[in-house]
Design a protein. Structure first.
Length: 260
């Protein structure tokens, strides 16, 4: 690595952060792709220093989900972040984040009784708990979250507001593959044919937004293409999708207004 990026693994290591400069945090679970890297670039525009956290958070995985096989490649992640001249990478073990005194943060039902909250019980509680913990430990001035996980973003903003945390939440736009598929670490699971087929998700959302067909017609179209739809609905001014292609669960969303 040519840039003096600091790898921090423990709470003690966090003392190396320069508190005289503004700091923006990019929380991730690793397996970094260009979507993550766009969030890093956005963080660099909003603070004098950037810290990227890499921690696969077991609390946000429901029973039977892909915690054990979730892609992990810290060495490759560090190489990508060094090229972007990130200042700090916080890559802690489980025991550095959680202990017997850790209190679970409950997400508000008004935001979690829909969409992913229905099929992933406890997921957003796990998200809130780890984000609160990271904020407390790293003490950033701001943090960047991607709009692909839009419901998650709303839940985090709500938590920050309720707890009166002094962290500015910055939205990062969805970054897509050439065929429109929203970039995700889980895309790694898809076969070549599935990757091609997955582009139909964004095409369908765009078609509904453009009023070329209805939600029901869009659902039927995706199902006929072999994409098992979990939900496809309009909420909070956006169109949301979740479903499975093969064994891989994918999510996406777009603004619902026709003139995007």
């Amino acid at each position: 690595m040519t840039f003096p990026m600091k790898l921090l693994n423990t709470i003690e290591d966090l003392k190396q952060i320069d508190r005289n400069k503004t700091l923006c945090l990019v929380p991730t679970m690793g397996a970094l792709h260009n979507g993550h890297l766009s969030l890093v670039e956005l963080a660099k525009e909003n603070a004098e220093q950037v810290c990227v956290s890499i921690f696969v958070n077991p609390l946000q995985f429901s029973e039977g989900e892909d915690l054990d096989k979730y892609p992990r490649d810290l060495e490759a992640d560090l190489a990508k972040l060094a090229k972007l001249e990130v200042d700090y990478v916080f890559a802690p073990d489980y025991d550095e984040i959680y202990n017997e005194a850790t209190q679970m943060i409950k997400a508000k039902p008004k935001l979690t009784k829909h969409l992913c909250g229905l099929s992933r019980p406890g997921h957003f509680d796990g998200v809130c708990t780890v984000v609160k913990r990271l904020f407390d430990l790293i003490r950033p001035d701001s943090a960047v979250f991607g709009e692909k996980d839009y419901q998650q973003l709303m839940v985090i903003e709500d938590m920050v507001s309720i707890l009166k945390m002094k962290v500015k939440i910055i939205h990062g736009a969805i970054v897509r593959e050439m065929n429109g598929l929203a970039m995700s670490s889980r895309n790694h699971y898809l076969t070549e044919d599935e990757l091609l087929n997955a582009g139909n998700i964004f095409k369908t959302l765009s078609g509904i937004r453009g009023e070329f067909f209805t939600l029901e017609e869009g659902r039927d179209l995706l199902e006929n293409l072999g994409i098992k739809v979990e939900y496809l609905e309009k909420r909070w001014g956006r169109l949301f999708f979740a479903g499975k292609l093969g064994s891989t669960r994918l999510i996406d969303n777009v603004r619902a207004d026709k003139f995007y």
